[in-house]
Write a protein that binds this ligand. Structure first.
Ligand SMILES: NC(=O)c1ccc[n+]([C@@H]2O[C@H](COP(=O)([O-])OP(=O)(O)OC[C@H]3O[C@@H](n4cnc5c(N)ncnc54)[C@H](O)[C@@H]3O)[C@@H](O)[C@H]2O)c1
Length: 255
């Protein structure tokens, strides 16, 4: 059982001063905006990403640090977790998509997506989770997707959709295991968001029309609009929330 917290002024609950946050895939897009939001809330941030060329200056801009990391490399994840034993907030955000019809999805396509989007999330939860459990304190937030709840169209992306459904259920599984030990595990499930990942879709008239037409709010999210949801889940503002998938999709899953 975890002790109930003392009441505090409500805006103080969102402050992260003195906490170290790691954001995977934080060099650009949604991950960068999440890291920026956490830094603005007072956290010390480490961006962990494959892409050092973009990630180094991005980390500098936030007053944080950069670590090269391939989340699919379990040994590298373990080494980074050992190097940063004070991490209290882990954001699993690295992700890739392959838009292929199911019947043309080769073994390598399936495996590549699963390795980044699902294996990588588990390796990071397991390795950073150990030190959080030892300290009895930590918050993990993964970037899942509305694709873990619905199957997108018109573009095919079977491996992506399944990987994100896996992240949502991994979130629930770990929340159940670790809830009484002070480590909360949640995820955000964004809808279409304007980042390099969605550039191809926006340039494809049929995709763009469907994406906008099927979103009740009639637009894509800006990447910074995902960050407040992550801040809520990462911070003490959500002290009694665990195992949750917070959908941030302009209403897409309503239809
Ligand atoms: N853009 C969207 O519409 C959307 C919607 C829902 C969910 N998401 C999810 O949000 C997350 C971020 O997406 P984005 O749109 O910002 O994408 P992006 O392509 O702009 O950024 C992804 C980042 O992850 C990094 N990355 C990729 N593989 C990695 C690996 N093996 N190890 C470490 N880092 C790696 C990339 O270098 C890049 O910096 C992803 O998990 C994605 O699935 C995106």
């Amino acid at each position: 059982m975890t002790p109930a917290p003392e009441p505090r002024p409500i805006l103080d609950l969102f402050k992260l001063y003195g906490r170290h946050a790691v954001v995977t895939g934080g060099a650009q897009g949604i991950g960068y905006e999440i890291a920026k939001g956490l830094a603005q809330a007072g956290a010390r941030v480490t961006l962990a990403d494959l892409n050092a060329e973009v990630g180094e200056p991005a980390a500098q801009a936030l007053g944080g640090t950069f670590e090269v990391l391939d989340v699919t490399d379990a040994a590298a994840v373990a080494a980074l977790a050992a190097k940063l034993p004070d991490v209290e907030i882990l954001v699993n955000n690295a992700g890739i998509v392959r838009n292929l019809p199911a019947e043309d999805t080769e073994d390598d396509d399936w495996t590549a997506v699963m390795k980044v989007n699902l294996d990588g999330v588990f390796w990071c939860c397991r390795e950073f989770g150990r030190s959080m459990l030892a300290r009895g304190r930590g918050s993990i937030v993964s970037t899942a997707s509305m694709s873990g709840l619905i199957s997108n169209h018109p573009q095919p992306q079977v491996a992506y959709n399944v990987s994100k459904a896996g992240v949502i259920h991994l979130t629930r599984s770990l929340a159940g295991e670790w809830g009484a030990r002070g480590v909360r595990v949640n995820c955000v499930s964004p809808g279409y968001t304007a980042t390099p990942m969605t550039r191809r879709g926006l340039d494809t008239p049929e995709w763009r029309a469907t994406w906008l037409g099927e979103t009740p709010m009639g637009r894509l999210a800006e990447p910074f609009e995902i960050a407040p949801a992550v801040l809520y889940l990462a911070s003490d503002a959500s002290s009694f929330v665990t195992g949750h998938s917070l959908v941030v999709d302009g209403g897409y899953v309503c239809w």
